[in-house]
Design a binder for this molecule. Sequence first.
Ligand code: AHR
Length: 661
Amino acid sequence: MKNELRFFVTSGLLSLAAMTMYSEDVNRLVVNSEVKGAEIPSTMYGVFFEDINYGADGGLYAEKVKNRSFEFPQALMGWTTFGKVKVKDDGPFERNPHYVVLSDPGHPEKRTGLMNEGFFGVSFEKGEEYRFSVWARCETDHGSKITVELIDPSSQGESQVMASVDVEIEGSDWRKYVAILSPSETVKDGRLRIFLNSKSAVDLEHVSLFPVETWMGHENGLRKDLVEKLHALKPGVFRFPGGCIVEGTDLDTRYQWKNTVGPVENRPLNENRWHYTFPHKFFPDYFQSYGLGFFEYFQLAEELGSEPLPVLNVGLICQYQNWDENVQPHVDELKPYIQDALDLIEFANGDTLTEWGGLRASMGHKEPFDLKFIAIGNEQWGEIYPQHLEPFVKAIRSRYPEIKIIGSSGPQSEGEDFEYLWPEMKRLKVDLVDEHFYRPEKWFLSQGGRYDSYDRDGPKVFAGEYACHGSGKKYNHFNASLMEAAFMTGLERNADVVEMATYAPLFAHVEGWQWRPDLIWFDNLQSYPTSSYYVQQLYSTNKGTNVVPVTMNGSRVKGDEGQNGLFASGVYDSNDGSYIVKVVNTGKTSQQLEIELKGLNDLEYCETIILESFDGGDAENSLSNPSKIIPMKGILPTYGNHVNSEIPAESMMVFRVAEKK
Ligand code: AHR
C-alpha cells in the first residue's frame, strides 16, 4: 500500500460505508483471492502515436519553425519575406536542397529579411530559453551579420521585440550557427524574425528554434509537457507512426522509416496524409519534417519504459480512401518493402558493425533498442492483405524468429472482412491481431464480454485503436470515457488473450485537428488530459500482475450487459500483495456495493480512486478548465475481509486493499 496517499475522506463515503449494507439492494462483488489467474502482460495498456491533428510537427516535436528547410512545394510557405530575398536549390543537404539568400536592399532605411509564422504562431515563454540555429554562409570572406528576434506582432507596448540576438556569419563555407534567446514576455502567437544586418549577403538553410528545456533535454527534442503526460500513463507499449500515415495518400507518400533517420537536416520532407483527407477541412501546410523520426520514436519508447511497436507498410495504399488496385505492387514486387522491415529490425537491434545498427550507434544509441514486436500493415483487408503479408511473415520468421509479428483484422470490429481476416491471421500464425473499433456508446456497453469466448490457442489480441465516438456530436465528454471504462473491464478480465490495448488518436492541437475525440489536447503553450486519459491512467497505473476471478451477485461478471449497470474486473498485484478492483457504474442511479475478498482475513483500510463528473455526462475538460473531471483519491474502512461502498451513478471506482500484515 502506498504511503503517500492523499486522504480525501468524504464524510458521505465514510458514513455510507459504515451503514449496514446487507439489504436486497446491495450488489455483492466477490473477489476470489485464492485463484491467481492469467498474468497481466506488461504491454497491456499502452499508447498509440500518429502524426494526425498536428501531433508531431506543431505538437510533440518541439520545433517552432514551420518549413524550416524551405522544402514545402511553395518554398516560402509559412514565411513572410521583405527586401531582397531569393530561394535557391543548390544547398548543402542533398535531400533538402533549398535555401534562401538575403541581399542588401540597396538603401540604408530599407531591410531584407523574413519572418516565420510557426505552427499556429511561434510561442515562447518569459523566463525560458530558446535555441535558435541556422546553417549559413556569406558571399565574401569579410563576414556578414543577421539579427534574430522573437516578435509579438500584436503588442501595443513600446516594442514588439521580445528577444533579440545578433549572429555573425563568418565565411563562405556552410556552417551551423547557434544562439540563445530569452524572451521578456510570454507570447502564444508570436513570430521569429530574421534580418540582414550587414552589407554583404547571407545564405540561410535549416532555420530552427527549439525550447532549451525539452523532454530529457534532447536538442532535437520533444515538448516536455506533452511527454510528461505520456509518462504519467506508464504505457507498456508505444505504437508508432500510424495509422493511415503508414499508408500515405499514395505509395510515394507512404511512411518510409529510412527517410526519418540520420542527420535531421537531410531527412526529406513528406506530405502528411491528413492534409486534405477531409474535403471540408484542408490543411495545406501539414507536412512531415521527420525531425521526429524512428530513432526518436525508439528513444522515446525507451524513456517511457514502453515496448516499441513500429507499424510498417505491407505494400498497399489506404484501402479506405485512396484505393486503386492498379497501383498496388504485385506480391512479386514486395522485396523492397520486406527489406525495409528486415533493415528496421537491424536498425533497432543489430550489432553496431551492421549497416543499420551502425547508423543507430552513430545517432547516439550503441545499445540495441530491444525491439520485440513489429506490425505489418495498418487497416488492410480482403484477400490481397494476407497475400501481401505472407512473404513478410516468412522473411521475418526466418531471419528474426524471436520477433513477434502483428497482423491486422481490418478497420471493422466485426462483419465480413473481420470474419475473413481472423482465420487468415491464424493460418499465417501471426502472434497478435490488431483490432480497431471507433464505435458509439451502445457498442462499448455491449462488448465488455467480447473476449470471453476468444480462442485461447490462437494469436493474441492487440486492441490497437479504439475510442467511444459519442452520438449527438459530442466528443471527449465524460460519458464516452465511462463507456470505455466499462468496456476495459473486459480487456482486463481477458488478459490471457488481450496482450495490448491503445486508445486512438493520442494528441490533437486545438487549432489544427482533423479527428476527434483524442486523448490529450494542446495549444502552443498548454495541454490538458481528457477524461478518457484518466480512464486509461486508472487502468495502467492499477494494472496489477494477475487476473483474479470476480463474481457479481452470485454469477460471473456480465461484460456484455453489466449487472444493475455495473461492470467489474479484479487483479492481484504481486509487487505489494494488494488486490485491485475496478467497478464502473454506467447506470443513472448510485449503487450499493459490498466487496468480499474471499480467502483473506482482516484487511487493511481500502484506498479508493473515483472518476466522476459533477456536471453530467456531457461535461468535458478544456484548456480553460483542464481539471473539471479528475480522479479523486479517498479511503474507506474495512470490516474483516469486506469493504462497503456506494458507487455514484455514472462513475468509475478503483479499490485497492491488502491483508493486514
Ligand atoms: O486514429 C485515426 C485513424 O483511424 C488511423 O490513422 C487509422 O488507422 C484509423 O482509421
